[in-house]
Design a protein around this ligand. Structure first.
Ligand code: HAM
Length: 429
């Protein structure tokens, strides 16, 4: 026998049947993903977001300049390769790509405010664990042209509504990173403090003190956490404009009735943020990778990537993490057949094909069995597909033109005429 070929580490198959990934205990099916995705497609347009699709491949420089050269993503997690002289990267996130598209197509000149949503695979070469993969799916939004703070609150309210609508257990965390006027002063104070405690930091954090000191606040190492607990806080350094902006976000959230916690230790892994940042963090069910969605304001990024000085804000949610939570709750979106037809012989099979064609023309989902199996086994299959009704078509049914529709959940039988099956099914549905 030839050797089996296995999927690539950090990737997963999502099928309409149970598949098991070593690090995830619940069985995640496509129906769990589908529920997440469909709920976004239904909700986001209510807030004016329209779908935007950009390529998976981008020039490497976009992410180096967009996300920041000293971030973990750019430093060690990108899938980058040489494409005959051009360095290209499989997108690790989509904000930089949408900003590139916004700038490239001069969108700012065509409309004063832009709201886009997106869905698709992202790639980061991370260590695989529950809720963390090398290919994963994000659903996100970006809004260009609104300096806030009302749009900040509107986005957070939409995220909150989406996750609550799915019944997910989470808390909304909120913070601010200040802006170019006040963050440098904070950075300096933080750096001075961290240098004085360098002996208590892990090796990575000792480097971060010089390259990206804010990331030290996010380190999982207990020694670093203890140092972080005593660190100066951004709040104490905010300039008047940033302070007023942050107060405005909180006031708007209060008005919209959104619950949140101000979390000064909320550190995002990308360098483009300024002012508002937020994360929805699962309160159970996910273990270490518990951030379901994260985002914030990136007011300098459009300009940094060659565009006009237009502010932006957005978030992205991890579909795998949401699907894992839904799998634990037994919630999914499926499309089972309304009717499963099991013909017993060749003449019945021909009639079944015609019946199915008529029913599908009426918009009814029907599956016909092509198997030669006894009625008992056919009914079992209908049941495992989640069909609502089954119809066994034998010679007697063919001759009389009448048959019994079996409702699988209850076992109730409905006597129907084959010539009016579409009408009967529509009525019983
Ligand atoms: P991020 O925090 O890097 O932000 O990712 C957003 C979400 O994607 C995370 O909260 C998590 O749920 C999911 N995620 C990230 N990495 C993985 C992974 N390796 N496996 C599974 N899920 C993962 C961004 O990507 C920003 N672009 C969000 C944003 C949009 N900010 C402004 N606009």
């Amino acid at each position: 026998m030839s050797q089996k070929i296995r999927g690539v580490k950090g990737t997963r198959d999502v099928l309409p049947i149970d598949t098991y990934l070593k690090d995830d205990d619940p069985w995640v099916r496509v129906g769990h993903y589908d529920l997440v995705e469909q709920s976004a497609r239904d909700l986001f347009p209510l807030y004016g977001y329209r779908e935007a699709r950009t390529p998976i491949l981008e020039r490497t420089e976009l992410f180096v300049r967009g996300i920041g050269a000293v971030t973990d993503i750019v430093g060690k997690e990108m899938y980058t390769f040489d494409d005959k002289g051009d360095s290209v990267t499989m997108r690790p996130e989509n904000t930089a790509s949408l900003v590139r598209a916004y700038v490239e197509h001069n969108v700012g000149q065509q409309e004063p405010e832009t709201r886009w949503w997106y869905l698709g695979p992202m790639f980061r070469r991370e260590r695989q664990q529950r809720g963390r993969y090398r290919q994963f799916t994000q659903i996100g939004i970006e809004a260009f042209g609104s300096p806030g703070p009302r749009i900040d609150a509107e986005q957070i309210e939409m995220l909150d509504r989406w996750l609550r609508g799915l019944g997910l257990p989470f808390a909304m965390h909120l913070s601010t990173l200040g802006d170019a006027a006040c963050r440098p002063r904070y950075r300096e104070a933080l750096q001075a403090y961290l240098r004085s405690r360098a002996g208590d930091l892990c090796e990575d954090c000792r480097k971060r003190v010089e390259t990206n000191p804010i990331r030290v606040l996010d380190c999982k190492n207990p020694g670093c956490q203890e140092v972080a607990a005593g660190a100066p806080r951004m709040e104490q350094f905010l300039c008047d404009a940033c302070r007023a902006h942050f107060a405005g976000v909180q006031e708007s959230l209060g008005r919209l009735g959104v619950k949140f916690v101000v979390d000064p230790k909320l550190v995002r892994g990308l360098d483009y943020y300024a002012r508002t940042t937020y994360e929805a963090i699962a309160t159970s069910g996910l273990g270490a990778q518990s951030t379901v969605a994260g985002g914030g304001r990136y007011d300098g990024l459009v300009k940094e990537l060659g565009g006009p000085d237009v502010p932006g804000i957005g978030f992205a949610a991890g579909v795998e993490r949401m699907a894992l939570l839904l799998a634990q709750m037994g919630k999914e979106r499926t499309t089972p057949p309304l009717l499963f037809i099991a013909p017993l012989g060749d003449a019945e099979a021909a009639r079944a094909d015609e019946l199915a064609q008529q029913l599908r023309s009426a918009g009814l989902p029907v599956e016909v069995s092509f198997r030669k199996a006894n009625p008992g086994n056919q009914l079992k299959r209908a049941d495992s597909l989640g069909a609502r009704f089954a119809l066994v078509l034998g010679d007697a049914e063919l001759q009389s033109g009448r048959a019994r529709l079996k409702e699988l959940k209850t076992g109730t039988q409905h006597e129907v005429s084959l010539s009016s099956l579409a009408a009967d099914l529509t009525r019983l549905r």
